[in-house]
Structure formats: C-alpha cells, structure tokens
Design a protein around this ligand. Structure first.
Ligand code: ATP
Length: 205
C-alpha cells in the first residue's frame, strides 16, 4: 500500500486540510491517508484546545470516507509531539508499505525549526501542498536540486520532496478561531459536523 501520513494541529480541521488530502490522495494514487492530530505541538502553543476535542472533530470530519483514517497516536503520548517519533512508530507499523508525510508549504518553510529535520528527511518522502500566500519550494537548506518541475532531491538522503499545487483555500485554523471569537460564522469553511461540534461545546469563544 501507499500510505500518506498527515500530521497537524487541526485546531480545528477545515476544508483546506480535507480538500488538500483528497487531491494528494488522487494525484499520488495513495491507498489511504492517516490524519494524525498532534498532542502537545512543540511549535504552536497559543489557543491550542484539548487534544480530545481536536481528535473528535477530525474523526467526525473524515467519517464516511473509506480512504481517510485518524490516529490518536500523538494525542495518547505524553509530552510534546515530535514528528520524528511518530514516524518511527508508523514505519514499524507499516514496514512493508510505502509511506509519505504530507504537509503544507508553510510547514515545509519552517522545517528547520522542527526536531531533527534531517533525520525526518532521511526517513520518508514528503508531499508538500501549495498554500495561498506561500511560494513554491526552491533550492534551500534541505534541497539540493530537482528532478523535473515538482520533484526535489534532498541533501544527504535518497528520499524526495514532491510539491503538489492544490486548489487554494485561503483560510487557516487561526483565522477560523478568530472568526468564532468575534462571533462570526465559520459555516461552509469546516464540515457541518465540525461546525456543530464547535457550537455545541462552545469552543474557541
Ligand atoms: P494554524 O492557523 O492554527 O497554524 P493551519 O490552518 O496551518 O493552523 P494545521 O493544523 O497547522 O492548520 O495544518 C496541518 C498541515 O496542513 C500543515 O502542514 C499545514 O501547512 C497544512 N495546511 C493547513 N491549511 C492548509 C491550506 N489551506 N492549504 C494547504 N495546506 C494547508
């Protein structure tokens, strides 16, 4: 199987995450994508609500899509969620399979701040989605050259970074939290079940 691992804070999950994952799945012929909500995100602290709520919203959002799964792995572990540790876990779990890690280009630009990024890039191929307001990947700290327009070679690694232009979704979870806080509607920017969950639990108020 070809499996995509999609880590994120999902605070809350929105249509940009879901549509992006769908386009990645289709373009890379993935058999499934596993959404992995982070427990305690090391780089994002402000306004991060309890993991269990973020997990429940992701579960509700992907329900009914046979290609999408959710893992509570990072929510269950104590301490900060380091992607490197998560990758060790999933590489072992899916030893016989081909894994990809999915992220947006904004995250890729911040990769140097992650815990041991060089090791992550030695372990797994990345699929990097475009995002409004961010430029395409270029040569840089981790990239040594390209094989074709959207496939990049990584320094000291045989893994690749694939760039995928996706349909632009100009909202972020931060923007959605701000809207809720100011009493504005986020309907049709998140799945209806997520909209209802946030309303019912009075999240982000
Ligand atoms: P926040 O505003 O709280 O920082 P976010 O909207 O960036 O949140 P995350 O949960 O941090 O959402 O995102 C998980 C992953 O999905 C990240 O790698 C991020 O780059 C990517 N992503 C999120 N929204 C989009 C989008 N609209 N287009 C492309 N990638 C996205």
């Amino acid at each position: 199987m070809k499996i995509g691992l999609f880590g994120g804070t999902f605070n809350p999950i929105h249509l940009g995450h879901l549509r992006g994952a769908e386009e990645v799945r289709e373009n890379f012929s993935l058999d499934k994508i596993i959404f992995i909500p982070s427990g305690v995100p090391p780089l994002k602290t402000e306004g991060v609500i309890e993991g269990i709520h973020r997990l429940r919203m992701v579960e509700a959002a992907v329900k009914g899509n046979p290609f999408f799964e959710v893992s509570d792995y990072e929510i269950q572990i104590k301490g900060p969620s380091f992607t490197l540790n998560t990758l060790f876990f999933f590489k072992k779990l899916y030893e016989q399979h081909t894994l990809f890690f999915i992220m947006g280009v904004d995250s890729f630009m911040e990769l140097h701040k992650w815990h041991r990024p060089e090791e992550i890039l030695k372990m797994i191929d990345l699929i990097v989605m475009s995002r409004p307001g961010y430029k395409k990947i270029r040569q840089g700290k981790f990239i040594e050259g390209s094989d074709g327009e959207n496939c990049f070679r990584i320094k000291n690694s045989d893994k690749k970074v694939y760039y995928l232009p996706i349909s632009p979704f100009a909202f972020s979870s931060t923007k959605l939290r701000e809207l809720v806080k100011s009493g504005k509607s986020i309907r049709y920017l998140v799945p209806e079940v997520v909209f209802e969950y946030i309303k019912e639990k009075k999240l982000y108020c």
